[in-house]
Design a protein around this ligand. Structure first.
Ligand code: ADP
Length: 253
């Protein structure tokens, strides 16, 4: 059986092709056209796996841009179901999924079989999302992927503003007064950690806790979440691909 799962996100689009026991994955920036990036991912996955489109049994699309991908053969499913399925496959016995993406953060409570029991989501405000960290990294003159390596929790500077626009001004002020970049970054990670931990506590913390989404690549945010929740958190190597993997697995059945 050959299936394709795609997670067309607000910032990054991910694709997974499953062919027997082989797995091919690809991530591309979503850019301005979710439809085009979906087509590009599909074409690249087919080329890399040397599979013809006619050989694909099923395509399932999820994520913010899923409705834009209008191939008749493709079905759509919510991100919550796909993340749950992907995480259950990668990390059996998971109780709580924390997913922080580009434009939202969500917490999903699942049972041992990956069935969704409950979920909570913040998609109203950039605070506590990858976008918040991207804007702050830009203000600090670095790439979002560099933040964790530069953070200095021992010199943590508390960031008081929740709103992305005000937090940007606050950071410019802190830099002008001589606060260290490492301390400011630690404070930013703590601010995201606090906000997402509060949402997790509201839903109920159930071990094992697994952290996914593009922001899970940031070890500083993981540290902050562990401190806030006082629980160990597991980050799968394929943390950004759990939605796409879940879609590919759901496409099979
Ligand atoms: P979406 O599905 O909403 O597009 P993703 O789950 O793909 O979002 O996550 C995108 C976010 O991941 C970006 O906004 C950015 O903050 C973060 N990110 C991307 N790459 C890295 C990296 N190498 N290290 C840390 N954070 C990253």
């Amino acid at each position: 059986m050959i299936t394709v799962g795609m997670d067309i996100g607000s910032v990054a689009s991910k694709g997974v092709l499953l062919s027997g026991d082989k797995k091919f994955s690809l991530v591309l920036p979503t850019g301005w056209s979710p439809r085009d990036v979906g087509e590009q991912i599909l074409a690249n996955l087919l080329a890399e796996s040397r599979v013809e489109l006619e050989e694909v049994d099923s395509i399932l699309v999820t994520g913010y841009g899923r409705v834009s991908f209008d191939r008749a053969a493709a079905r759509t499913v919510t991100e919550i179901s796909c993340h749950a399925r992907g995480v259950a496959a990668l990390c059996p016995e998971t109780g709580t999924i924390i997913d922080i993406g580009g434009q939202d953060s969500k917490v999903i409570s699942i049972n041992g079989n990956g069935k969704v029991l409950d979920f909570a989501m913040n998609d109203k405000c950039a605070a506590g999302t990858g976008r918040f960290l991207q804007v702050m990294a830009n203000t600090l003159g670095m790439d979002v992927g560099e933040l964790a390596a530069f953070e200095d929790p021992s010199a943590m500077v508390k960031i008081n503003s929740m709103c992305t626009v005000f937090a940007e001004s606050e950071i410019i002020g802190l830099l002008a007064r001589g606060s260290s970049k490492g301390g400011i970054i630690a404070g930013l990670h703590q601010s995201v950690g606090k906000r997402v931990a509060a949402m997790t506590r509201r839903l109920g913390v159930k071990e094992k806790i697994v952290f996914t989404g593009g922001v899970a690549q940031n070890a500083g945010v993981c540290r902050a979440l562990e401190e806030e929740l006082k629980h160990r958190i597991v980050v799968p190597e394929e943390c950004q691909f759990t939605g796409a993997l879940g879609a590919a697995l759901l496409a099979a059945g």
